[in-house]
Design a protein around this ligand. Structure first.
Ligand code: ATP
Length: 217
């Protein structure tokens, strides 16, 4: 059993159970695509995992992204490690970032193709640009597990592939809620399918085709 294990987990909204009971482990080297139609419980399962495991080095990239619109792209990415620095260092960075941080963050922004916007406030970016900033932030954060809710839904084909490659290389374990089945099979090692809050499929990607996964929709 890994440190990232759920056993008979359930989630409720009010008195209504919307997820589980389900049991699931995320092992080292596993990249799990969480698939299922809208309302199946993917976001609820990601939230539950984050709640249970947040004391460990877990990063969350939520669907709403959680960017601060008035801050620059650089500063939004820097926030990925805010809790690792002293308060005065964060304060100074707000006005005058350290060259080392600028270089490190610029390299990550180059990886996701948005380095030219590094000093632009996030409020002035398109949906796809915002998604790439949020991806750069979790890549900067680092950790043992990444939970991401539709991390490439606003990106075109080549950009989506590039970001999926970075996210799955950047973390030893990922759980990614996805709607693009081809991308899920190309970059994830395992597929977990949800239906009505229950796990109805759990199989290695190499045994699946996107046509077979259509049954979940
Ligand atoms: N705040 C809430 N209050 C009550 N019910 C909720 C709430 N959020 C989600 N639900 C319900 O929980 C169930 C699972 O929703 P969830 O958002 O986890 O689905 P999802 O698979 O992530 O969908 P999508 O692909 O549309 O993001 C749905 O039936 C939804 O109506």
């Amino acid at each position: 059993m890994t440190r990232f294990t759920l056993t008979d987990a359930e989630a409720y909204y009010g008195a209504t159970r919307v997820l589980g009971p389900l049991s699931l482990s995320v092992g080292e080297g596993e990249h799990i695509a969480l698939i299922g139609k809208s309302g199946a419980g993917k976001s609820t399962l990601l939230s539950l995992m984050y709640d249970r495991w947040r004391e460990q080095p877990v990063a969350l990239m939520p669907q709403a992204l959680g960017l601060v619109d008035t801050l620059s792209v650089f500063h939004n990415v820097y926030m990925g490690r805010l809790d690792r620095h002293r308060w005065w260092r964060n304060l100074v960075t707000l006005a005058k970032p350290w060259r080392r941080d600028i270089n490190e963050i610029t390299a990550l922004l180059e990886d996701v193709g948005i380095a030219e916007k590094r000093w632009t406030p996030c409020g002035e970016l398109s949906g796809g640009q915002r998604q790439r900033v949020a991806a750069a932030r979790v890549l900067y954060q680092q950790g043992e597990l990444l939970l991401a809710d539709e991390p490439v839904s606003a990106l075109d084909g080549p950009q989506a592939s590039a970001v999926m490659a970075k996210l799955t290389q950047g973390y030893p374990r990922t759980v990614l809620a996805m709607h693009d089945l081809e991308l899920a099979l190309a970059f994830c090692t395992r597929v977990v399918g949800l239906q009505g809050g229950a796990v109805v499929l759990d199989a290695p990607s190499k045994t699946l085709t996107s046509a077979a996964l259509q049954d979940l929709y």
